[in-house]
Design a protein around this ligand. Structure first.
Ligand code: RAM
Length: 354
């Protein structure tokens, strides 16, 4: 498969004019292949030392632009190019052709936000056998399919966090539902499992989780699923969408519904997508972490692994000047936790811009 340079972002994440002319070429390629590709390059010099391909879950989700922003920021200082390619949909196997292309291009490293914990493993292992550094970012595969994983927050406590944030916006007992991403998403599935463990252990006993539905991180499907929840469960008090696509879609549905204010929406969202729903009173509060931090950590770690300063394994410490706490330690399975979640509400939302 051929990848066509279709979009270049500047630092603010805006598409630059010079490449806009190439979009018709991309559209043609979409028709021919049925697969979408985005492309972003940070040019540090004419001959970059490190070539990285980052593969987000799917295209068109501003959450991943924030991770790309972090990659970009770090790459500028590292003599690195970062190419971003992703499928149109976040299906379990949709990222495989993009991994294969990166192997053929003999990149230094592949960073991937996986759509499945197992389906990508044979291809990722092939990349590692070819000498390519493989990192998972934002969600993980089985540990044997990558060298290290950068995770946005501590997954072991996020399930409880989501249930507790739902209880907070509900303000009392009642029915609620999860509107998740895809049914195979390793990140959301880890959080849903954590939530179940917390509920089964007696957490928030007044709350009844009546359904878990999947919007596939597609805005239309997420909106349809949110509307279906409202129709099917007349006593529903809250929807928790632990996906930036799902929460924005659910908030949009509620914002024009007579149920606005009666059914709460919370979960994980970007401040920029959710600001209007905080302002119009549809949403009381929601959370997220700084997605860009993961891109910065990944870019720096790639150089440290390539130059043999770091061999990923539990207990290994490494420093990144100017990034987060600067000193980072790998946990079990060479997992690096980027940072804690932040809650956003009417009082603080205007302080954030991503
Ligand atoms: C969506 C994606 C991503 C997840 C965020 C919170 O953008 O599903 O993987 O981490 O939501």
């Amino acid at each position: 498969m051929k990848f066509i340079s279709a979009r270049t972002w500047n630092e603010e994440g805006k598409m630059t004019k010079s490449r806009k002319a190439l979009i018709p070429v991309l559209s043609l390629s979409l028709i021919l292949t049925g697969i979408s590709a985005a492309f972003m390059t940070t040019s540090a010099s004419a001959a970059p030392k490190y070539k990285v391909t980052y593969i987000p879950k799917n295209l068109g989700n501003p959450y991943f632009d924030a991770i790309v922003g972090g990659f970009n920021k770090a790459a500028k200082k590292l003599n690195m190019t970062v190419k971003v390619v992703a499928p149109a949909q976040a299906g379990a196997t949709d990222q495989i052709p993009f991994i294969e292309a990166a192997i053929q291009q003999r990149v230094t490293a592949i960073a991937i936000s996986p759509n499945d914990a197992n389906a990508l493993c044979p291809t990722l292992k092939r990349a590692m056998r070819a000498g390519i550094i493989v990192l998972t970012v934002n969600g993980d595969t089985n540990a044997s399919c990558r060298q290290a994983s950068i995770t946005p927050t501590d997954f072991s406590v996020l399930g409880k966090y989501l249930v507790d944030q739902t209880a907070k916006v509900m303000g009392g007992p009642g029915d609620w539902a999860f509107l998740s991403a895809t049914s195979t998403a390793p990140d959301q599935n880890a959080w849903l499992a954590g939530a179940k463990t917390y509920i089964d252990g007696g957490g928030q006993p007044g709350l009844k989780l009546v359904a878990t539905v999947y919007g596939d991180d597609a805005p239309e499907k997420s909106a349809t699923e949110a509307s279906a929840l409202l129709a099917k469960y007349p006593n529903l008090k809250a929807i928790n969408a632990p996906t930036t696509v799902g929460i924005a879609a659910a908030a949009q549905v509620l914002s024009t519904s007579p149920l606005k204010g009666k059914v709460q929406v919370t979960g994980l969202g970007t401040p920029n997508q959710m600001r209007q729903y905080i302002k119009d009173g549809t949403v009381k509060s929601f959370s997220l972490w700084d997605p860009g931090l993961q891109g910065q950590i990944a870019a720096n770690l790639i150089v440290s692994i390539k130059t043999k300063k770091v061999t990923p394994k539990e207990g290994v410490k490494f420093n990144i000047k100017g990034v987060g706490p600067e000193s980072w330690t790998m946990g079990k399975g060479a997992l690096i936790i980027a940072g804690p979640p932040q809650e956003f509400d009417a009082k603080n939302i205007d302080k954030f811009n991503f």
